[in-house]
Design a protein around this ligand. Structure first.
Ligand SMILES: *Cc1c(COP(=O)(O)O)cnc(C)c1O
Length: 225
């Protein structure tokens, strides 16, 4: 199947109210262009350098999402254009995004990334760390970021019940934050969860943003990089 057909098929599965972020990392520009020509306008990258290169090579009516671990010294390269940062996992990063957004007179929407997988390697906050951030005076004075939801990655496993438990955990975190910190903020509504292998479960557990690469573009050819 071609890229356009893959996107069409997934869009039919997800229905209204859920957005599809087409993850273009390591994929060649011509495949990304095929998705764009099929009418898709939301793309995600996990590395700053690739994100800025692809952004420069494609039309500017695209929403670019940063979905991967982000170093503070690289925020400046994406601050002019990024539409959503999914991976806020520490206070220092949020502070830097706020500072760089201010230079461009922008308000950058952000998601707080939570550690929900049992695997050691995944980045992310705990609920306690997030609460500490949100209670700080520093955060309350930030005018150039807006937190609009949460993001998490489940364990990479075929064990569907385990994945489901992890997504449910993320939704509980979302609900707690909503109640305690964002009850007055209507646009705190995003639950970024679900990738190629686990998006059907993520949808059942209330995902609003799917981040899908392989099921759209095919396997990533790391050899050619
Ligand atoms: C690569 C990546 C995805 C997409 O992965 P697929 O399995 O190819 O769908 C989603 N989220 C993040 C953070 C990624 O790095």
């Amino acid at each position: 199947m071609c890229v356009a057909e893959n996107i069409e098929k997934i869009k039919q599965e997800i229905g209204e109210g859920v957005k599809l972020v087409a993850v273009t990392k390591i994929q060649p520009l011509d495949k990304v262009k095929a998705a764009y020509q099929a009418g898709h306008k939301i793309f995600g990258e996990n590395k700053v350098q690739e994100l800025t290169q692809k952004q420069a090579g494609l039309p500017n009516d695209i929403e670019w999402h940063m979905i991967g671990h982000l170093q503070t010294n690289k925020v400046k390269y994406i601050a002019p254009f990024v539409s959503l940062v999914h991976s806020i996992d520490r206070m220092k990063l949020l502070r830097t995004v706020n500072k760089e957004a201010r230079k461009h007179k922008r308000v950058i929407p952000c998601l707080l990334q939570f550690h929900i997988a049992e695997e050691e390697t995944k980045f992310g906050l705990s609920l306690e760390e997030a609460a500490e951030m949100l209670l700080s005076k520093d955060y309350q004075e930030m005018e150039n970021i807006r937190i609009v939801g949460v993001m998490g990655m489940a364990t990479f496993t075929g064990d569907e019940e385990k994945v489901r438990r992890e997504f449910r955990h993320l939704r509980e975190i979302y609900n707690k934050l909503k109640e305690r910190f964002f009850s007055e903020q209507d646009d705190f509504r995003e639950l970024s969860m679900g990738m190629t292998n686990d998006y059907p479960v993520a949808l059942e557990e209330g995902s609003t943003l799917l981040r899908i690469g392989t099921a759209i573009f095919g396997e990533r050819n790391t050899q050619s990089m």
